[in-house]
Design a protein around this ligand. Sequence first.
Ligand code: FES
Length: 107
Amino acid sequence: MKNWVRVCTTTELLPGEHTVAWDGDTAIVVFNYDGDFYALEDRCSHEDFELSAGSFDADEATIECALHGAKFDVRDGRVLCAPAYLPVPKFPVKVEDGAVWTCDDRG
Ligand code: FES
């Protein structure tokens, strides 16, 4: 069974915004892309650096790492350009009771 972590209310995370939540030791960056919520591990797959420090392009649904410029699709974590070559883990998101929830479901 998943232990869902409450991120924020839906009104606190508007389209084009992102925020960070923690599930235990796992930092999770949660995006509102065009009214839908997506969650990725807040850790660039290139080096250990927080993706949430980068810029979220809410038109393209991408996050660009602030350290060396790798880009990822916020909807599924796939890598779009070097210097990263591996995807970022994607986590589940649900909206319930007016709030956004996520969890690290890797067991
Ligand atoms: S740490 Fe993200 S591109 Fe290098």
